[in-house]
Design a protein around this ligand. Structure first.
Ligand SMILES: Nc1ncnc2c1ncn2[C@@H]1O[C@H](COP(=O)(O)OP(=O)(O)OP(=O)(O)O)[C@@H](O)[C@H]1O
Ligand SMILES: [Mg+2]
Length: 508
């Protein structure tokens, strides 16, 4: 592995960055010392990622300067930042999907670029790093075959292989399982003996467990700085949002609605050819929220896809309002009233190059509400999009900017607004609050409860046990493609679910 580049101090002074219509960073100053971990927190769109991209040389700031060990640096590209020993794991992964893990790592290691790429050298590095830090990756897997959590691990391995002495981690835990998150926190803590870290997260218990210092951004400005040990997660939350955050809870009695989604003996293959769903059974009734708990990678992705017509089933049945929808096309499933909040935001949730306005009506462009005689009714679409921006607090200069230019959390809000507000008859949400700040998460949970009140059945796929337990009427547990148990609201505890999620039978 390359020698770690010693960075004793990274200082950012008076950084300002404007995008058309947005002041993303407004006179920001920060300092991270040797072996220090700084947590950077703030609501969606506060400017966290932009500031990091400026440090990495991906964007140029309009004003301000960056100093390393007291010397001003002027990075023109991430390459310059790597050379100075700074590595970043991005919020949206930057891996090449149709290349293997090894090939992706090789892209970042110049020493292996000879007349042919020396993959043996890369393999050795990958093995060394994954062993040293306990980060398991399959070097020969293609990126497109990996879950989001696995991709996150590859990003970390890739950055560490480059020999970074200063790590920038932009929401590194958002797609990790609770166990992986715990492991990563321990790992990062240990690594901070050798390097410095800027850590961005919306999860304040992680901030508390990991960081030495915390800075809060609001509307592009630093509004608070302090030593983490002096504040509780609750206090940091209040400083961040300016008010106490309430937790939305499903306190209603269980319903006896009609069966809406009825899945029986479903068998589905994964991209890698094994059975991701193996005789899976599940029922969701009208007006109830069924939480599907499980460690990601146990068939959740394939389940959401097969229900939405995005993957073929091998056998079994999926009845939706009594109709068999197995192997129907996505359009046909949508027409039957299915709403879908997918895990993969940028590829399945939005079309990044299209405007917010266009993304908002992706599924309804042919409906009489938004088009007349095959022509789009722009006035109606714009009025609707404006309402949605207001209601879901989507932060953007206007509705004509590309959805891909929004901050991570705001992209998620576009998807949530579209799927929740088009009045689905049924909704599948996969990790719905991933990447949302606490205020936004609370708002979304309230929206889901309101849909439930209106009689909509909801399948909530999540790894966050708090979220599952707060919202669900019933909780199913998926493990290795099978539904291991269905518990009523009152029967579920964190430890019981944890045990089931690990595949242990309850009588063992
Ligand atoms: N390339 C870009 N073009 C135009 N606007 C941008 C671009 N990148 C970021 N912005 C805007 O800058 C602001 C700050 O975005 P940024 O991604 O830094 O937020 P963030 O704090 O990382 O939020 P999140 O928690 O949602 O990831 C947002 O209003 C965003 O729309
Ligand atoms: Mg961000």
């Amino acid at each position: 592995m390359a020698e770690l580049n010693a960075i004793k101090e990274l200082r950012v002074e008076h950084i300002t960055k404007r995008f058309p219509g947005v002041l993303a960073c407004d006179d920001i100053s920060l300092c991270v010392g040797e072996h220090e971990i700084l947590a950077l927190v703030g609501e969606n769109g506060a400017g966290k990622t932009t500031l990091m991209n400026i440090i990495m040389g991906l964007y140029q700031s309009d004003e301000g300067a960056i100093y390393i060990n007291g010397n001003e640096v002027n990075f023109k590209s991430p390459n310059d930042a790597f050379s100075a020993g700074i590595g970043m794991v991005h919020q949206h992964y930057m891996l090449v999907p149709n290349m293997t893990v090894l090939e992706n790592v090789a892209l970042g290691i110049k020493e292996c670029w000879k007349s042919v790429v020396d993959l043996k050298l890369v393999r050795d590095k990958v093995n060394e790093v994954s062993e040293k830090y306990g980060l398991k990756v399959d070097p020969d897997a293609y990126i497109w075959q990996l879950s989001v959590g696995e991709q996150q691990r590859v990003e970390l391995v890739k950055t560490l292989c480059q020999g970074a002495g200063f790590l920038i981690l932009d929401e590194p835990t958002s797609a990790l399982t609770p166990q992986e998150t715990e492991d990563l926190i321990v790992l990062l803590k240990r690594m901070s003996k050798e390097l410095s870290i800027i850590f961005i997260s919306h999860k304040l218990n992680e901030v508390k467990a990991l960081s030495d210092k915390v800075s809060i951004l609001r509307h592009g400005r630093v509004v608070f700085e302090g030593n983490t040990k002096d504040y509780s997660p609750k206090q940091i939350a209040a400083l961040m949002t300016g008010h106490e955050v309430e937790i939305a809870e499903n306190k209603a009695d269980p319903v006896e609605g009609e069966s809406v989604l009825d899945i029986r003996n479903l068998c589905v293959k994964s991209d890698r050819g094994f059975y991701a769903l193996d005789n899976f059974n599940l029922e969701v009734k009208a007006g109830e929220i069924v939480g599907l708990a499980g460690v990601s990678g146990n068939g959740q992705k394939e389940l959401a896809e097969v229900i939405n017509g995005l993957r073929k089933a091998e056998s079994g049945s999926i009845r939706f309002f009594g109709t068999e929808i197995q192997n129907k096309s996505p359009d046909e499933v949508i027409a039957l009233g299915m709403g879908y909040i997918p895990e993969e935001r940028n590829t399945e949730g939005i079309v990044p190059s299209m405007s917010i306005k266009e993304n908002m009506i992706l599924k309804d462009s042919a409906s009489p509400r938004f088009s007349k005689k095959n022509f789009l009714n722009h006035k109606a679409i714009e009025k609707y999009t404006d309402e949605m921006r207001e209601k879901f607090d989507i932060r953007s200069p206007n509705m004509f900017v590309a959805a891909g230019s929004l901050s991570g959390g705001n992209i998620q809000k576009v998807i949530l607004a579209r799927e929740i507000d088009r009045n689905p008859k049924f909704l599948i949400c996969v990790y719905p609050i991933r990447g949302l700040d606490m205020g936004a998460a609370e708002f979304i949970h309230k929206q889901l409860l309101a849909l439930r009140e209106r009689g909509v059945g909801i399948l909530l796929i999540s790894e966050e046990l708090d979220e599952i337990m707060n919202l669900s009427d019933r909780i199913a547990v998926i493990f290795k493609g099978q539904n291991k148990a269905v518990l009523n609201k009152g029967e579920a505890t964190t430890s019981r679910l944890g045990i089931l999620m690990a595949g242990v039978k309850e009588d063992e």
